[in-house]
Design a protein around this ligand. Structure first.
Ligand code: KG4
Ligand code: ZN
Length: 340
């Protein structure tokens, strides 16, 4: 079965072709990051309009690169939510109308399920069950994953998500948008000079809290005005140490509590090299395995949506009657998902 994947939930248009027998055939991505950079964050209306411009050329490129035509596609998977409603509507209406024309089924995919399953696109994927750390711009969650659609929440953030904390801290340090990659690049030149708190490190549960850390960074920034390059790098270094230490410790606690020995990490912050270094060392010490998506599939992409959709379509017993109506779900809790 050849599945076309369409992602348009935020500021990246992603298209991919996933074949349930031969794996990922091709994928293409257009990031709007430069367009939003001058505003310091995503402008929803500009995002929607740009998705409209990109979705058709990207689909054509993906089909050409895979040596396929529209008529080879057996089903279309698209991000139905959560995300920006206008942006979601572009991908959703494109996918639904194309499927209507081709008379093929569609499946609305939960964006976070896409992230969650992205590591399974790699060679030697981990088998179920496993613990998943989902660290993106909007989420920081630890989950026990028993199968597709069987996700038990083990821990969550009480305030800011890890990616959001990276972005806000980067802003305080005067770095551009998106802040995560810029901050981690700067941290490479930093030295251990400051000490920031490790929020909820020993709370005894698997929850996170990152907003206090941002306030501590603000205090440091105010104390060291005007900020010189080295101080900026030293603060970035310590901030990254604090976040990655807490994430690593909680992942190890989740493995211990569940008795599982496989960890997968997904979402934008999963691209962070310091986090990977710490998780690799900690899991090795406990004889556990950790898996990540390739770097380009940590952030938003069409491949993870094509894959998650394909897994669900494969597991579905019979196709439902089509009524040709569609909707998006800008707010959609992962816990509402059920096994296919
Ligand atoms: O998963 P994603 O593309 O979007 C959401 O669905 O939220 O994640 C984007 C987030 C942003 O907050 C970005 O700053 C962060 O991931 N990020 C990073 C890195 N690369 C992306 N954070 C820390 N280190 C990185 N290397
Ligand atoms: Zn995402």
């Amino acid at each position: 079965m050849l599945v076309l994947g369409v992602e348009s939930s935020c500021d990246e248009t992603g298209i991919a072709l996933y074949d349930t027998e031969h794996g990922l055939l091709a994928h293409a991505l257009y990031s709007q990051v430069e367009m939003h950079a001058e505003y310091g964050g995503v402008v929803p209306e500009l995002a929607s309009r740009d998705h409209i411009r990109r979705v058709l050329p990207l689909t054509k490129t993906t089909l050409d690169n895979a040596g396929k035509t529209l008529h080879d596609i057996n089903a279309i998977a698209y991000t139905q939510g959560p995300g920006l409603s206008g942006a979601l509507l572009v991908g959703t209406s494109f996918a639904e109308s194309l499927a209507f024309g081709l008379k093929i089924p569609t499946i609305g995919v939960h964006h976070l399920e896409g992230h969650l399953l992205a590591p399974l696109l790699e060679d030697n994927p981990p088998a179920f069950p496993f613990v998943a750390l989902l660290v993106s711009g909007g989420h920081t969650q630890l989950m026990r994953v028993d199968d597709i659609g069987q996700y038990a929440l083990l821990g969550d953030t009480l305030d800011d998500a890890a990616g959001e904390a990276f972005d806000k801290t980067a802003k305080l340090l005067g770095l551009g948008y998106p802040g995560g990659p810029a901050l981690s690049k700067l941290a490479q030149h930093g030295k251990p000079r400051f000490k920031l708190p490790r929020p909820l490190l020993n709370s005894g549960d698997l929850n996170f809290s990152f907003s206090g850390l941002k306030t501590s960074v603000l205090t440091l920034v105010n104390q060291h005005q005007p900020l010189d390059k080295q101080t900026q790098a030293d603060i970035a270094y310590e901030f990254q140490e604090a976040v990655t230490e807490v994430l690593t410790k909680k992942c190890m606690s989740a493995l211990r509590d569940t008795g599982l020995d496989n960890l997968i990490v997904s979402g934008g912050v999963g691209a962070n090299a310091k986090l990977r270094e710490k998780l690799n060392a900690a899991t090795k010490r406990k004889l556990c395995k950790v898996s990540y998506p390739r770097l380009e599939f940590c952030t938003d992409n069409g491949a993870m949506i094509a894959f998650a959709g394909a897994m669900r379509l494969k597991a579905m017993q019979h196709s439902e009657e089509r009524n040709y109506s569609f909707s998006v779900k800008p707010r959609w809790n992962l816990s509402e998902l059920q096994a296919p």
